[in-house]
Write a protein that binds this ligand. Structure first.
Ligand code: SAH
Ligand code: MG
Length: 209
């Protein structure tokens, strides 16, 4: 996809996270185009890598990005699990806490006036949500329950013409967990979305109905 050249205020490699540069740049282009119509929202911010790309696009449009994450980590981030990072453990509570790192990212990237952190579960954040969204990026929990919930809660809020992007799409079960792929397929089967080009594991849908 073509678009304006991306200038980031901080190096994405300086932020812990799970997003390839190519995927981030695609998110930037999508948000840059979409945020003309309204605010964007992401589920699953972690330390703010995806937030950086989406946030910079929103800032350029003088738009807001809502960033939903309880900051307690997904299953795979918990102590003893494959993606645990001891630096994110809060010593006082003994629990994972990515919010401090997330806030550091917002400050370093000068996104504090663009990103609205919502430190809550996706279900709680969505319970009374009413505002139409130009772009929703789902990158939260990867259990079937979490992914289905994210889809059911947030997909209805995507404006017609808006974008639903879903990370960690692995059509082949040998490559990774299937829950994100399943909600991608659900969105297509609903007839409300059409698929746009993927970027690595980033699935992209546009709302058509
Ligand atoms: N987008 C990030 C990676 C997100 S990792 C990046 O670019 O690096 C997944 C995140 O989803 C974790 O921070 C975890 O705390 C959050 N998460 C998992 N389940 C959630 C839920 N039900 N509600 C809110 N956040 C959730
Ligand atoms: Mg991901």
């Amino acid at each position: 996809m073509t678009g304006r050249p991306l200038r980031l205020p901080v190096a994405p490699e300086s932020i812990k996270g799970f997003l390839e540069v190519e995927e981030g740049e695609r998110l930037y282009q999508l948000a840059r185009a979409a945020s003309e119509r309204g605010p964007c929202l992401e589920v699953g911010s972690y330390c703010g890598k995806s937030t950086l790309y989406l946030g910079v696009a929103c800032r350029e449009r003088n738009q807001l990005l809502y960033a939903v994450d309880h900051h307690r980590g997904s299953e795979e981030h918990q102590p003893g699990e494959a993606y645990h990072d001891g630096e994110l453990l809060d010593e006082r509570s003994g629990r994972l806490d990515s919010f401090r790192a997330f806030r550091d990212t917002l400050a370093r990237a000068e996104l504090e006036n663009t990103v609205v952190p919502i430190v809550a579960s996706s279900a709680m954040a969505g319970r009374h949500w009413l505002h139409p969204l130009a772009l929703v990026f789902i990158d939260g929990g990867h259990s079937r329950e979490a992914a289905l919930n994210d889809y059911r809660v947030w997909a209805p809020h995507v404006q017609v013409g808006g974008v639903l992007a879903i990370h960690d799409i692995f059509p082949d079960p040998a490559d990774g967990g299937q829950a994100p792929y399943e909600i991608f397929e659900l969105a297509l089967a609903s007839g409300l979305f059409k698929a746009l080009d993927k970027t690595l594991t980033l699935g992209v849908l546009q709302r058509i109905g």
